[in-house]
Design a protein. Sequence first.
Length: 478
Amino acid sequence: MSFRVNTNVSAMNAMRNLDQTSAEFSKSINRLSTGLRINSAADDPAGLIVSEQFRAQISGIDQAVKNSQDAVNYAKTADGAFTEVNSLLNDARSLAVSSANTGTLTAAQVQANQSSLNSIVSSITRIAQTTQYGTKKLLDGSSGTSSSVTNGTNIAALNIGGTFGGAVVSSNATVTLNSVTAATQGKVTSASYAGLTTAVTAAGSFSLNGVTFNASAATTVGDVINSVNQASQQTGVTASWNGSAIDFTSNAYGTKGTVNLTDANGVIRSGGAGSSTNTGTDALASVTVGTTTNVLFTGSLNGNGGLTLSDADGNTLGLSVLGNTTTSTAAAIGQVVAGSAQFQIGGNSGQTASLSIGNFAATQLGTGVASGINLSNLDLTSASGANQAISVIDKAIEDVTKARGKIGSFQRNVLESNIRSLGVAKENLSASESNIRDTDVAEEMTKYTKYQILQQAGMSVLSQANSAPQAVLSLLRG
């Protein structure tokens, strides 16, 4: 056994162990104060990965439950409207049965029944055209209308809603681009120069769309082009050499693409000091959906510009740069799918459900009973017409009740069932995530107590180890 004064190995050993104990004690306090076993990735890297994946799933399920509840409300809105339609159809049937009783009714009474029926028919059509969930119409055949691009080279985007050309889109159809008048970019051209190394006309400054550029007597045409292009994000303008002058071209197409060159010193402007402005023109396009009459799309409507075009119904069409070419050749560019509303009812991709409601205007109800006859053109003024009306109204009631049954089945067997199953899934995922991430307080308190005792003991031992070298004094005194 040796005795040393300069190096106290025992104290160093006690200090190292005390540091480790203090670190674990600090972690234990952190776990108890936050309630989490994993407070940073270093606590449990693998556990953190699994826990975050569970959290993402739980978050997705939460939103899926909300989506399903919104879909339930959507279905209830449609069913509520159908309830009123059923009531009106029952009244209409009573009028038809009454009108068939020609032995007791006068002509005036029959005409009164016809007027009441006409009012009922008008109300049913009104309900079909105005029933909405938010801004989405439910009973006019446009519910869930979607569109997709089939010509991705020339068309960047396509959005056709439930109305096109002032009419409801009630069936699947091809979207055809009949003609295009290309959009242009704003462009201003500089004075003429011999080449890129030629010096500018005069020293001074000029501005493009409010951004100032400075030029000296040594500044060349190439220098100007480089300076402008470096600031292209600020100005919205790109410079290029056309062989004899500089072209300043707007990055944007259409009326949003403006180039404003202000050159008080006559540095580069064609014609000397002053200013020049040029603005592009919007594209125009003629589009049809199915057999609908051509509808004009323009960038100047509804605040859009350049290559993004819209029509009076709010439908939009986005041309690609390649598609921005004047042409009169008709070409299919997309597809419209009508009548199927899609709901994201799960937390993962592809977990969707759809509901098709259809068009329930009076002209669409009671068809198939008699050629050319539907709910909108019934005649109660004759006995034969009244009897025919009863059959047509019965068919209309059948159409509506089938739709209500379909909606009810969707609500009960898909949406409400899905909400319950998602609740169970969330509960179990949360339990698994808690098992990985949350602190077991009883276990952690045991560790906390242990580290507390070890820390106190370590402090005491360190104190003893620090005083150990004093034993050497006894040897020196001897």
